[in-house]
Each structure stands twice: as structure tokens, then as C-alpha cells.
Design a protein around this ligand. Structure first.
Ligand code: SF4
Ligand code: SF4
Length: 94
């Protein structure tokens, strides 16, 4: 998947030659485990939303979902969910 190049216009040209192209790295690129939400178990208590250290839990109409591009797979949401609605699974290819 190609990524947009970082904006380097703010780096002074005479500071140093830039030998590499900077690119953003999303947690979804290196995560080993990912959370899976069982929608039928979710009661929208929002504890996962409150617990996530990177604030990547998203509110849907009838459950809470995960933004997997930003999720780092720490598993805190799965531990904290009082209804066991979140389980951690291995990333494919991890
Ligand atoms: S903590 Fe569990 S039950 Fe509560 S909103 Fe999150 S997934 Fe749903
Ligand atoms: S696994 Fe960690 S980073 Fe991902 S949604 Fe749960 S608490 Fe947030």
C-alpha cells in the first residue's frame, strides 16, 4: 500500500541533506494482536473507550468499534470490558 509522503517543506534546505523519505507509521503496520468486538455482547458502557491509551475506540449505533489503523494491540480494552465483548486475536501474518 503506498503512503503519502511526509511534508518536509518546513525543514530548512541548508540544515542538512535529507537522505531518506519520511513516512508516517501507523500502529496497524506493526501490531501483533488485534481486538475483535462481539457486537451482540456490547452494551455500550464505554469502558473500552475510556481505557484505550490511544483513543482509537469508536462509537457505533449499537456497539463500540475499534479503529484498527491506530490500535496498537495492547489488549487493555479486552481486559477492562466487563462483558467480555472484546477478545484479542493474532494478526494474520504476525
Ligand atoms: S467495554 Fe465492552 S461492553 Fe463496554 S462498550 Fe466496550 S466493548 Fe462494549
Ligand atoms: S488493543 Fe489497546 S490500543 Fe487497541 S483498542 Fe484496545 S486498548 Fe486501544
Amino acid at each position: 500500500m503506498s503512503r503519502p509522503r511526509a511534508d518536509m517543506s518546513g525543514i530548512p534546505g541548508d540544515l542538512a541533506p535529507v537522505a531518506t523519505v519520511l513516512s508516517p507509521m501507523l500502529a496497524g503496520d506493526w501490531r501483533a494482536m488485534r481486538p475483535v468486538v462481539a457486537r451482540e455482547r456490547c452494551v455500550k458502557c464505554a469502558i473500552c473507550w475510556l481505557s484505550c491509551p490511544v483513543q482509537c475506540v469508536i462509537e457505533r449505533a449499537s456497539w463500540f468499534d475499534i479503529n484498527l489503523a491506530a490500535c496498537k494491540g495492547c489488549g487493555i480494552c479486552a481486559v477492562e470490558c466487563p462483558h467480555r465483548a472484546i477478545r484479542m486475536v493474532e494478526e494474520a501474518g504476525a
